[in-house]
Every structure is written in structure tokens, then in C-alpha cells.
Design a protein around this ligand. Sequence first.
Ligand code: PNS
Length: 175
Amino acid sequence: MSNALYPGSFDPVTYGHIDIIKRAARIFDTLTVGVLNNNVKSPLFSVEERVKMLQTACAGIPNVSISSWQGLLAEYARQAEVDVIIRGLRAVTDFEYELQMAQTNKKLNPKVETVFLTASLEYAYLSSSVVREVAAFGGDIGIFVPDFVAREIYLKLRPEGVSGRAEDKDTDNEQ
Ligand code: PNS
């Protein structure tokens, strides 16, 4: 049985993350999506909000569960008894940081391997920070995140006027 962990900030979850989750869930028996509860950064969404959005986004994938953690990833991987850490690679600019992180985690927890999944072409440019920035300036983020996530972002960033597209739909679990 191979158990994998996909860690990240997920502030918020994007279609790029969801794509990696679906693909990793096809490869491994179980996949835990781990949301970093980081007191140093000041995220847009609380860890509880990020977990909830991921739970909604992943509701249709039976072998995926959502969790959160504080502290070192290598230690969390040990406690969660996972064999593999999944990370998505978009461009070569991701690689240096990801390689360093994978090697550090391997030193700290020799039992865990990092497996990289390359971002699908249609999401290769996409990041949570870009989504937050576009939303902050009132742009349409419906092409980057599910509508229920877009709605939550606009409520945080632009509570005076939620974008039409996000407002139109009640529930949206598309991935
Ligand atoms: O979505 P992100 O922000 O790219 O995810 C980065 C994350 C959360 C995986 C990384 O920052 C992390 O693992 N932080 C926990 C602290 C840690 O273990 N750092 C040492 C790894 S070099």
C-alpha cells in the first residue's frame, strides 16, 4: 500500500492544485492533502477555511483526505506514515527550490521520497498568489479556481461587490 502526501499552502486551492490531486490520487492508494498551518506568513484564508475549500473541491475523489499540520514537513510525513511527498513542478524556476526542499526532507526523513508531477500545460502559469492578485484588482478568476472558491476570495478581498460570475452559481464542485 502506497500512501502519499501532497503538502502546500493552498491559499487558496486552484485548478492547478486540483489537477495534481486527481493525478496523484490515480497513482497512489491514498493521498493526504496537507495544508500548512503557518503562523509566520499571513495567509488570506485561515487554515480551517483552506481545509474546507479543499474538502469541497475533492469531495468526489474517494482516496483523498484533507488534513493540516504545523512544523516540519519531514516530521509530518513521518507521523502520517506516508512513503511519498508529492510536489507539482510548473516551470524551471520552481525546480531549484523544490530540489533543495526534497533533498532537505530526505535528510530529515530518509524514509520519504519526493515525487514531482509536472503541471499540466493549461495550468503551468497558475499560482495562488496570481489568483489573489487578479481578484484584488477585480479581474475574473473563474478560469483559475472553482466558482465556490472564487466567491470566497471576492468576499475576503472585495466584500463590497462580489463578481458576477462567482455570484451566479450556488454550488460548484467542478474540478
Ligand atoms: O504551496 P507552497 O507554499 O509552495 O508549499 C510549501 C510547503 C508548505 C510545502 C513548504 O513551505 C513546507 O514544507 N513548509 C514546512 C516547513 C518545512 O518543513 N521546511 C523545510 C523544507 S526545506
